[in-house]
Design a protein around this ligand. Sequence first.
Ligand code: SAH
Ligand code: SF4
Length: 351
Amino acid sequence: MALPQDKTPLLSLPIEQLPGEGYRRGQLATWLYVKGARQWEEMTDLPKALRAEWAAQYRISEFAQVAPYPSQDGSVKYLFTLLDGQKTEAVYMPYLNRKTICISSMVGCPAGCTFCATGRMGFGRNLTAAEILDQILFAAHHQGHAPREIRNVVLMGMGEPLLNVENVFAALKRMLHPQGLAMSPRRITLSTVGIPRGIYKMAELGLEVRLALSLHAPDDETRQQIIPTAHRYRITEIMEAVRHYYTQTKRRITLEYTMLKGVNDHEWQARALAGLFKGISAHMNLIPWNSWEGAPHQGSPKAQILRFAAILEQQGIPTSVRWSRGRDVGAACGQLALKQPDQPQAQLSRL
Ligand code: SAH
Ligand code: SF4
């Protein structure tokens, strides 16, 4: 019998290419994406012989092990060990009636932003479409929900999604597909450090998901100090791509701006931001910086964050401050770097 890593991952297949004829294929899609089955035995309305045949060729789960770390605020960080032993993470946030999951697109990240713990760990590898999707399916299952009960997905975990476009776009297609997770594109947010060709490609495919741009500075000089990839893409070039995406989709653009003391929190920078967004509907999220060991930064003081927010509002940019969740288990923005807080709830191995 083949090892799991030698089998074809079902979640990597477009729905139309799942095994089986029309009716059987539909049943399989329902088990995976509607009922969230993680074992062949669960699929009781499929003939046993067919299940055995498929089980020999295909795999359902992408993980060798999963360790959940519940935070005091209700969010749960999942540390996934992939079939090749590499690790990645996702964070489930059950607040109110908007069950949300923050998922990863890579192991580590090659962009190397100085304020981000994932950037510090460097690049491991791209996640496959199956590994991206299975983070959602596993978390739903572990939380006792059907997959479609998870209503919001944000691609804000480890990695830069627009440097892994093939796998990320394939996963997005399965999230949006009516026989897949059947999500509304308005409930999916892709966060990027700003890779213009990826933004154009997303517009071209017509995926229509929300775009979040991690801007972090209104000027190239400051941006290049904290985001090494900014040497390749200037703000004007990124803004052109964002403007194009906005024109195509008419979706309000989200901006993310991590507040770093003495780096990007000056009042002149708040005023400079307004000029960049003429003609685009945008919403600014100011993110108080989350600390991690060995980081070369300090977060801006609360008073400075509020002053910065007030200037942006005055300049006509709607602004929120995002106080992070999950800090106690290293699950807040930019803290995902596989550092394990104390003990997981339990190490799960029948996945
Ligand atoms: N690579 C993508 C998505 C993952 S990072 C991107 O950069 O957009 C998701 C968000 O977390 C980004 O806006 C990033 O700037 C922010 N972030 C990274 N490190 C952080 C930290 N230590 N504190 C607060 N936010 C951080
Ligand atoms: Fe990568 Fe985003 Fe972290 Fe930058 S902030 S290193 S792009 S994950």
